[in-house]
Design a binder for this molecule. Structure first.
Ligand code: HEC
Length: 131
């Protein structure tokens, strides 16, 4: 009995640690991606922008399902899960918008997509950090 409880507790804490690792890893990848996209826009370098978008897409996919996001919502904010999910979806859409506009050489519109993406990051962080 005691032994199985210890095992359960261990498994539980392992899963909690790995969830937090997923979050940290996802955010780190997205942060690097965003920095790269910004560098690309500042230097008018399309390849750097596209490389950054690949990173953002990867990071966003790691942190985009309801179960994962819910773990990070403050206790009194569970009802905001849809807004948080929407922020993640918006990041995915903005990646498409930026890429599509780069294809069309519509650089100003591509940059608008980038601003919208940053707003999506802030929108989820605002909920999580009760700002
Ligand atoms: C769906 C919600 C959500 C979205 C969207 C989101 N984040 Fe986060 N972010 C979090 C959570 C949860 C944390 C951890 C809690 C905290 O830092 O307050 C976090 C923390 C971070 C951190 C600090 C990580 C650490 O190790 O403490 C960085 C950097 C970050 N996010 C970058 C980004 C960037 C860049 C984007 C947009 C491309 C983004 N995030 C979009 C939820 C989100």
């Amino acid at each position: 009995m005691k032994f199985s409880k210890i095992i359960t507790a261990t498994l539980l804490s392992v899963s909690i640690v790995s969830a937090s690792d997923v979050m940290k890893e996802s955010m780190k990848i997205m942060e690097n991606g965003v920095k790269q996209v910004q560098l690309g826009f500042i230097n008018n370098n399309e390849a750097i922008i596209r490389d950054g978008l690949v990173l953002i897409e990867k990071g966003n996919m790691m942190f985009s399902d309801e179960k994962t996001i819910k773990k990070y919502l403050p206790d009194n904010k569970e009802h905001t899960v849809n807004t948080a999910l929407l922020a993640s979806t918006r990041i995915g859409l903005d990646i498409n918008i930026i890429e599509g506009n780069l294809d069309e050489k519509a650089y100003t519109k591509a940059a608008d997509g980038y601003s919208d993406m940053l707003n999506a990051c802030s929108s989820c962080h605002g909920i999580i950090r009760s700002w």
